[in-house]
Ligand binder design. Structure first.
Ligand SMILES: [Zn+2]
Ligand SMILES: [Zn+2]
Length: 283
């Protein structure tokens, strides 16, 4: 099982892999652009290649790219929906350039048109983006991240995640799932004990299938179970508590999942300690 963290790319791609090694991250997540804007800069291909090479030397994998927050393939605003497709295609291009294994996407919001219609529009949008991806380049696997269920967010229950994968003709090949523990908790999945956490994984296995699960965002939550709100906390410092995380890192069925802390430390030493503490939860 590989443990890591979300890491800022602000210092530049060239320093990223060594920084990750220093804090003990064997896998990590990055944004390839500012997540709250529609703007997309270009990567210097040389630097991108050097980053891929350095990761290989340091045996850091998988690399997870988290897409921007503005993307909503099921928006009722035509312009936003189109912008979202273009943005997602750009995320794919940049993620491919840095050799990312996974591209994480928040499924979207239905904005009042109903859950079923919203899910259909996401499938339509994703299929259109997949169709345009260059066939001769290996693409990262798109991971749909579960939502805590605020507002009209989709992808809250495992049934919705299943229906999204089912809707994609090649769902099993092009897309998979990333589970965020704070979002599970917000959506009402009980992670308060090892037993209840195991039951949640069992339910996912029965509804979606563990072969589709590739990544966890390990976040504790400042809010109560079923709050439909997402407020991340350090593990053990929120309402979920350590039992859930102890259960997840010791579940042999999840051995191949990338275990990523999204709440970064206040500095390098703190980040290193957070990853070490996570690893120490292994029996
Ligand atoms: Zn996310
Ligand atoms: Zn979150």
């Amino acid at each position: 099982m590989r443990f890591g963290m979300h890491i800022s790319t602000a210092p530049g791609l060239t320093k990223l892999a060594d920084y990750a090694a220093e804090i003990g991250a064997r896998t990590y997540q990055i944004f390839v652009d500012s997540p709250s804007t529609w703007s997309y800069g270009e990567y210097d291909p040389e630097k991108a290649r050097a980053f891929v090479e350095r990761r290989r030397e340091l045996e850091q994998c998988p690399l997870v790219v988290h897409t921007g927050y503005l993307i909503n393939l099921s928006s009722d605003n035509k312009e936003t929906a189109e912008k979202s497709r273009t943005a997602l295609a750009k995320e794919f291009a940049k993620a491919t350039l840095v050799g990312a294994d996974y591209l994480v996407l928040h499924p979207g919001k239905h904005m009042g048109r109903g859950r079923q219609r919203g899910l259909e529009l996401i499938v339509e949008g994703l299929s259109a983006v997949f169709d345009e991806l260059p066939a001769d380049v290996e693409q990262p696997l798109l991971l749909l991240e579960n939502s805590e269920g605020s507002g009209t967010c989709l992808g809250v229950g495992f049934d919705e995640l299943r229906s999204l994968l089912d809707g994609l003709a090649e769902g099993g090949r092009r897309a998979g799932i990333c589970l965020d523990t704070a979002h599970l908790w917000g959506a009402g999945y009980d992670l308060s004990s090892r037993e209840s956490t195991r039951r949640v994984v069992d339910e996912f296995a029965g509804t979606v299938g563990l072969e589709h699960l590739h990544c966890f965002h390990l976040n504790d939550s400042l809010k109560e179970l079923g709050s439909r709100t997402d407020r991340h906390a350090y593990l053990g410092e929120g309402e979920i508590g350590l039992a859930a995380f102890r259960e997840l890192v010791n579940d042999a069925r999840l051995e191949n999942c990338a275990m990523i802390l999204e709440k970064t430390g206040e500095n390098k030493t703190h980040s290193k300690r957070l990853i070490a503490e996570l690893e120490a939860l292994r029996d």
